[in-house]
Design a protein around this ligand. Structure first.
Ligand SMILES: Cc1ncc(COP(=O)(O)O)c(C=O)c1O
Length: 401
């Protein structure tokens, strides 16, 4: 069955890939960019770059207006209350590091930080280091056979010593949505802070952060069809007030003397130095483009293509899909075949997939494997991409077996 993508032509990279025989199935690593974003970047840079928040001249005023407009668009896109709740960082990774430093004073030796067994290194290592610095216990919630956090275990493990829960919304390896309402409620009942890693989740569907019930939510622009070098930290106003400043320099300071200084609160107090101005303006254009799509239509497209990806994998002998993926990706191993060899042969045939530990080494160890191949989908993928993938996969398996 042919499944066309109505949005493929909005992404010039897809035409370039088609021309050079490349099939892009690595959108969970980074997404291709719509023409609307490329135009916005070209327009900003060709009409005059300027620094934000500090220049009185016209280009500076124009850049500041466009920059701050993205903050408002994000607050709207995320159903996240006020633009002041949005802090720009350089990525999801930096946003989580900001939290792990900014919240340090909230912990006493013996307190617990709870994460899950499927976290990306970005949502593991900053907490691991914080636990080491402050003498805290890092508690890891186990998964059930589907690759979803086991709620009975979470009920047992989240307790009075839990001061913070940091959890992925959607696993970058297993493609499973985590039971956020239940987990966040368990943490809140203990008075713990909550951090949601939305790096993968934010891309699929619309979210309502005001209703989700977390204190902080982070993601990277580059996976949401936006520019790279830019991340977003959203926080509840009362939670943002708990943050200690962590990077110091221009723009984040209200008053400075040689021996002391006073700092702004969020968001400015956490955006030290010149931000990624062009990227922020570009993300605004990507959001405008996404706002123009019918979310039911995009969800249906992702769903039908994903079902077709899973069915194709399941139909092949020896293929083991990790977990029960529900969104836009599938990681898999093949009996008797090394995933690096398989990825190499797919790459040679022009199929871009991800192979290895997917920045989740402890999870792969738990699953008893050292690597897996991941195919992931974006709005621009269509059934021709899957056909090329499966043709290449069959050829590779023929060679390797
Ligand atoms: C679930 C998850 N969290 C965090 C990250 C880190 O994102 P970045 O490298 O853009 O900071 C990723 C990136 O793959 C991810 O998939």
């Amino acid at each position: 069955m042919s499944i066309p993508s109505p949005w493929r032509s909005a992404f010039p990279a897809l035409a370039a890939f088609d021309a050079e025989g490349q099939t892009y199935l690595d959108s969970a690593a980074t997404a291709q960019k719509p023409q609307a974003l490329i135009d916005a970047l070209a327009s900003y840079y060709s009409s005059g770059a300027a620094n934000v928040h500090r220049a009185q001249h016209l280009p500076g005023e124009r850049a500041t207006r466009a920059f701050e407009a993205t903050r408002s668009k994000l607050a709207h896109w995320l159903n996240g209350g006020s633009p002041a709740q949005i802090v720009f960082t350089h990525g999801a990774t930096e946003a989580i590091n900001l939290l792990a430093y900014g919240l340090e004073a909230q912990f006493r030796a013996g307190d617990q930080i709870v994460i899950s067994a499927l976290e990306h290194h970005a949502n593991l290592l900053p907490w691991q280091r914080l636990a080491q610095r402050r003498g805290l216990e890092l508690v890891v919630l186990p998964l059930d056979s589907r690759g979803i956090v086991d709620l009975d275990a979470a009920n047992r493990l989240i307790g009075p010593r839990t001061r913070l829960l940091a959890i992925s919304q959607l696993s970058n390896v297993l493609g499973t949505w985590q039971p956020l309402p239940e987990l966040l409620a368990l943490a809140r009942a203990q008075g713990a802070l909550t951090v949601v890693d939305g790096a993968q989740g934010v891309v699929h569907g619309r979210h309502n952060l005001s209703a989700l019930g977390c204190d902080f939510y982070v993601f990277s622009s580059h996976k949401l069809y936006g520019p790279d070098g830019l991340g977003v930290l959203w926080g509840r106003p009362q939670a943002l007030e708990l943050l200690q400043h962590w990077q110091f320099g221009g723009e984040m300071v209200r008053l400075a003397d040689y021996q002391s200084a006073e700092f702004h609160g969020a968001p400015m107090g956490f955006e030290a130095g010149t931000p990624a101005i062009g990227a922020v303006i570009g993300l605004g254009a990507s959001l405008d483009w996404l706002e123009g799509l019918d979310s039911a239509e995009t969800a249906a497209h992702e769903d039908i293509l994903h079902t077709s990806l899973l069915a194709g994998l399941e139909a092949r002998d020896g293929v083991r899909i990790l977990g029960e993926p529900k969104a836009a990706l599938a990681s898999f191993t093949v009996e008797g075949v090394h995933s690096a060899d398989l990825a190499h042969l797919l790459t040679e045939q022009g199929v871009a997939v991800r192979a290895g530990h997917h920045c989740a080494m402890p999870l792969l160890k738990t699953l008893g494997i050292s690597g897996a191949v991941r195919a992931s989908l974006g709005l621009y993928n269509d059934s021709s991409d899957l056909e090329r993938f499966f043709t290449a996969l069959d050829r590779a398996l023929e060679l390797l077996r």
